[in-house]
Design a protein around this ligand. Sequence first.
Ligand SMILES: Nc1ncnc2c1ncn2[C@@H]1O[C@H](COP(=O)(O)OP(=O)(O)OP(=O)(O)O)[C@@H](O)[C@H]1O
Length: 266
Amino acid sequence: MTGESTPLRATGIEQAFGNVVVLSGVSVTADRGEVVAVVGPNGSGKSTLLRILAGVRPPDRGTVALPPAAGGARRLGYLPQRPAFRSGFTARDTLQFYAQLLDGVSGDDVVRTLDRVGLAGVADRDVGSLSGGMTRLLGLGQAVLGNPGVLLLDEPGSGLDPGMVERLFTVVGDLASDGTAVMVASHELPAVETHADTVAVLADGGFRAVDTPAALLDDTDTDSLSAAFLRLVGTEPDNATVASGAERSTTEAGSDTDSGGGRDNA
Ligand SMILES: Nc1ncnc2c1ncn2[C@@H]1O[C@H](COP(=O)(O)OP(=O)(O)OP(=O)(O)O)[C@@H](O)[C@H]1O
């Protein structure tokens, strides 16, 4: 995750909500062509990290570097955890709307994208009538339009049937093969094990491990990423609970306004 051409680099990201520390000094990179999966217990901060990387919210501290915009090409595509679209428009019209905001994205690209994410059959349906899984796939379509250099996907497989999860991760792998840097937060550990190049295990405000799926299995002496996950985050099904974050000390809490995080061009 440290190639010279790294298009996505986050350094020293810190984020707290009130006095609950969610991210404490997180650094992560994604290279062109790399699929980095961020996995972690519920509440461990995956969505928070992706929102910061996407520029939706600035971190308390730390920096995010993206490649400079080149020739009007789209720099970043982001699928939020709960994509929402304005009803009254079809899936095709909705993607067409986003396409016209991007340089060099044609009506043909919209048709190809609908096909790519498996929505060709419902292209003329009102987005308000799409199922939860279909809405997420439309969000994926919106995120990949214009082949952005960096793609951030927050739980893209949530609510999808197993066939669609596989299709989605195949689409993601194809985009990476075309040179996109992909970071995906996911609980779909079997698909992550098959399709991710790098798995970053987030827990207690930082990464417990960052490695290839095979190396994580090796290091934890397990035979699946799900088992490796349980070993690394220390939860067993009987006592599993959501991550509640660490309480900040009073001194740290007092320094809330010291310095905001920043955003750079790499
Ligand atoms: N805007 C906010 N205000 C207050 N607390 C927040 C806010 N956003 C996130 N949090 C808290 O930050 C922690 C991390 O939330 P986040 O959604 O990033 O976790 P996650 O790893 O994506 O969880 P999940 O796997 O359940 O989607 C949680 O304790 C959550 O309640």
